[in-house]
Design a protein around this ligand. Structure first.
Ligand code: OAD
Length: 249
């Protein structure tokens, strides 16, 4: 057996033990969790990653929206189509079927909820594709049928443009959700990091916070991470293969 394989098997054993013993387990996920459901990631070696092909400054920022609002809305509606067609994969199901877990996610789909996770146990740091809100400060928002999302349109309350309720670069995370996620992170004794490049702050800072507060860190990713510490357990592979195994009795 190769050295890598022995190392991975030992890491899986360690991770399973930590999961069994955890009293306040939290998952922290990114686009890699939903990749096997057919939803593109943002930064990956894979060329289909969104930020390899598209410009985030144009499609995910206030300046980009001001310069070409129709382009931005059309792009989000195209992403909504992929989410509308997606079903939870085995990694979502492994997480969503655990009781007592909290799930902090950067993902704007609802596949964790669709896989059985209680909505109140899931904290969406970067918002959702299932809602639009007014781009001005009037506060109007409405739910979206992602199978049939509206094209660029005006806010019925104040006449500014409507936009998806996702967080763009330069914007703050939703305050209440981020505050609750910080509290859950501080309480965590296990922080299971799944499918994120951990490059976008402040979300990625929760991994350091969890570690500082004494949680065990397990990282599941198809690629090696560069910012791990000695006691962290790293598992290289697809979340859809690894997570069901981690939770198997
Ligand atoms: P990224 O696309 O930056 O990272 C996805 C990670 O998942 C990469 O490290 C991949 O190696 C890994 N990965 C890919 N497929 C996987 C699989 N099947 N199993 C396990 N790992 C896999 O996505 P995020 O870290 O979520 O922000 O990106 C953070 C934020 O940047 C997003 O929420 C988005 C983006 O700009 C907003 O839209 C506000």
């Amino acid at each position: 057996m190769s050295e890598n394989r022995v190392h991975q098997e030992n890491s899986v054993k360690k991770a399973k033990l930590k999961i069994t013993e955890a009293r306040h387990p939290v998952s922290f996920s990114g686009a890699g969790l939903s990749a096997e459901s057919g939803i593109a990631t943002f930064r990956d070696k894979n060329e289909a990653a969104l930020w390899s092909e598209y410009n985030p400054a144009q499609l995910a920022s206030q300046d980009g929206f001001k310069s070409d609002p129709k382009l931005v809305i059309d792009w989000y509606n195209w992403r909504r189509q992929a989410v509308a067609e997606a079903r939870p994969n085995s990694a979502h199901r492994a997480l969503g079927s655990q009781s007592g877990w909290r799930h902090i996610t950067q993902n704007v789909d609802w596949l964790l909820e669709d896989s059985g996770a209680l909505p109140e146990s899931v904290f969406h740091l970067h918002g959702t594709l299932f809602e639009d809100h007014c781009n001005a400060t009037c506060g109007y928002s409405e739910m979206i049928d992602i199978n049939n999302p509206a094209a660029l349109r005006d806010c019925p309350q104040c006449g500014d443009y409507m936009r998806p309720s996702v967080v763009w670069f330069g914007e703050s995370l939703p305050e209440a959700v981020f505050g609750a996620a910080i509290e859950e992170t501080k309480k965590a004794d296990l922080f299971l990091v799944v499918g994120t490049s951990a490059k976008v702050t402040p979300a990625a800072g929760l991994i350091d916070l969890a570690r500082q507060e004494g949680a065990d860190i397990i990282v599941v990713n198809t690629e090696e991470s560069s910012n791990l510490k000695d006691d962290d357990v790293e598992l290289i592979g697809k979340a859809g293969d690894l997570l069901p195994d981690l939770f198997r009795e």
